[in-house]
Ligand binder design. Structure first.
Ligand code: F6R
Length: 262
């Protein structure tokens, strides 16, 4: 696992630039890319959009799979992840909209929809790079603490903390946040070729310390990155503030040979 700590100001834009550098080669080769929603990826999405507008990057040959979706929100609801990813990224780049897939949160049988989603990912040859945020409680996708490490895409119940964290997207009213979601499972996420996790802000410091330096455990679902052969964690100073081996991560990054890719 490589840990990159971004010192520059404004910090979040620097995280976005470094993350875009990690992600762009997969886009350039027309890969199968995994997308995430939430606030953390937004600086990276802004940077990717800038590169497309500048003619430096094209998504024309890419296929995209989203991490998760609320169960029961219609696709045209502005907070559905179907709409969110289009608003934040895919409507502004040259990807074919028919190739932007997300779990079907409106399906009569969400578990069958989850199985179908994993099948669709496999039929496209698997995800080359999966972008991840992390919850304050260590969730990735919406795999809350206690999720099976080998799980496939299925329905999960949000942790009350996640409901509170996401209320900001629902008029600050936790009662308006759907309590069920369809999420790529930890097994699904682990099958991606490269995992890129971003975290910004002091509120993520405990989760980052647990996922990078704690035990691999269902209690911190993001700790699956430790077991993955190719994982990159890009954080800002605040999110890195509880890492005990920070000096080593910075030393390793500064001394990274030029030929070595992310
Ligand atoms: C979003 C997702 C979640 C978020 C996480 C952090 O698709 O799967 O795991 O990445 O809740 O959210 P933010 O980035 O809003 O702090």
């Amino acid at each position: 696992m490589e840990v990159v700590i971004c010192p520059a100001r404004p910090e979040h834009e620097e995280v976005g630039r470094v993350a875009a550098d990690v992600y762009a080669p997969y886009v350039a080769r027309g890969g199968v890319i995994g997308l995430a929603t939430g606030s953390t990826p937004l600086p990276m999405y802004r940077e990717l959009r800038r590169r497309v507008e500048a003619g430096e990057l094209s998504f024309a040959n890419c296929t995209a799979f989203l991490l998760d979706e609320y169960v029961g929100l219609p696709r045209d609801h502005e907070q559905s992840y179907y709409q969110t990813i289009r608003r934040e990224l895919t409507n502004h780049i040259d990807i074919d909209d028919a190739r932007v897939f997300s779990p079907d949160g409106t399906a009569d049988n969400p578990d069958e929809a989850g199985v179908a989603y994993d099948k669709a990912i496999a039929e496209h040859g698997g995800i080359d790079i999966q972008l991840l945020g992390v919850g304050t409680n260590g969730h990735v996708g919406f795999n809350e603490p206690g999720s099976s490490l080998g799980s496939g895409t299925r329905m999960k119940t949000l942790h009350p903390q996640t409901v509170i964290d996401n209320a900001r997207f629902f008029e600050d009213d936790p009662n308006k946040v759907p309590h069920h979601v369809l999420t790529q499972g930890l097994g699904t996420i682990s099958r991606a070729g490269h995992l890129l996790l971003l975290a910004t802000g002091a509120g993520k410091a405990d989760a980052v310390a647990a996922l990078v330096e704690g035990p691999i455990s269902a209690s911190c679902p993001a700790s699956i990155l430790q077991y993955h052969p190719h994982a990159t964690v890009v954080v800002d100073e605040a999110a890195a503030s509880k890492l005990t081996r920070r000096e080593y991560y910075e030393f390793a990054y500064e001394n990274k040979p030029e030929w070595q890719q992310y």
